[in-house]
Design a protein around this ligand. Sequence first.
Ligand SMILES: *Cc1c(COP(=O)(O)O)cnc(C)c1O
Length: 397
Amino acid sequence: MIEFKNTIVVNKINIKSIFKKVNSFYLYDYKKIFYHIYIINKLNLYCFFSIKSNDNLYLLKIINNTINKFDIVSIGELKKIILISKKKPYIIFSGSGKTTLELIFSIKLNIFCINVESFQEIFKIYYIMNILKKNINMMIRINPNIDAKTHEKITTGKKKNKFGILISSIKNFFIMSKILKINIIGYDFHIGSQIDNLSPIKKLLHLIYILYKFKKFQYLDLGGGIGVNYYKTKNIIKIKNFYNIIKHSLKKKKINSKLLIEIGRYFFCNTCVLVSKINYIKYNVNISICITSIGMNDILRPSLYNSYHKIESYNLGKTLTNFFGPICESSDKFINNNNIKVKTNSLIILHSSGSYCKVLSNNYNSKNKIFEIIVYKNKLKIIFNLEKFKNLINNYE
Ligand SMILES: *Cc1c(COP(=O)(O)O)cnc(C)c1O
């Protein structure tokens, strides 16, 4: 439990001492991570962790020891998993632009499955399989033309999105797979992220029923996208209810395929806060401005998708609503509608920063990446060190 009293307390550990030395860091709660893993295990589904949401090696080791299934989108992610895993993990390779090298690498490794997104990709895989004299399982990612009713930039299942094969092509697809004798083990869907109600999924289930009648399949991969609660006040659907309703609906329609899911955001999002310091408070004509140490290079989501991260500080000092980072862009602003009392040099936190934050961080303005720290069994443990300046200049000839 991450609590905010006179300072931040995580499972009774006070982080005041570390804040004196380090001004900005992501702070994870190990206990909460295990609670989420427990909830996911209890769903009794084949859950693959979407590594793109958080690829910290320490956290990947936890996932490897508990879930042992990964959904990847690049060879870099694949190599990270190989680096940390002892027993062979199950791997699904997703993504719309897999390179020849990435395909060769995964076919040689004989990963569990490649989720294919186009006829062109299948021809490429077919060609590689023939040269390597190896086979690989494939699932077809279908673009169902269903609006996930989430943010436009994280919707993936509409006709105008780049993802998947259109339903109108499915028939040709099966004719082709028969001719080529390739191993299609199931259908795959991922219609978007941060889905917080069931209506798009219900539409999808109806479509799945029609497809199943047309041709039965061994696996059904429903992708990820389960929403998490960024606004601690709002009520959104619970993960358990979400998947129970799906399971029940599939059972009622006598769809016996094995259900796979690929979850990213849910695992770490609400197990982490981004801690920073207030550097300046100033007043321009119509606006009061608070400038923090962290910026859009540490947490891109607000400028990229207008995402909300709840802001908290000590309830002392001047009342402000406008919070900015130090980066030289006007869009380096945090979304906030609340009045928050703040003081210069004091601590400030951004909630729900465990997914799609560190992974999207970058070196814009020649900033180095900040620490990641976890509270583990009443101790603070660094799981990512402050990036060294050397790293910023290493690649120059
Ligand atoms: C990003 C992604 C996921 C995970 O989505 P979350 O919203 O993080 O759960 C799952 N499957 C695919 C194919 C993805 O691209």
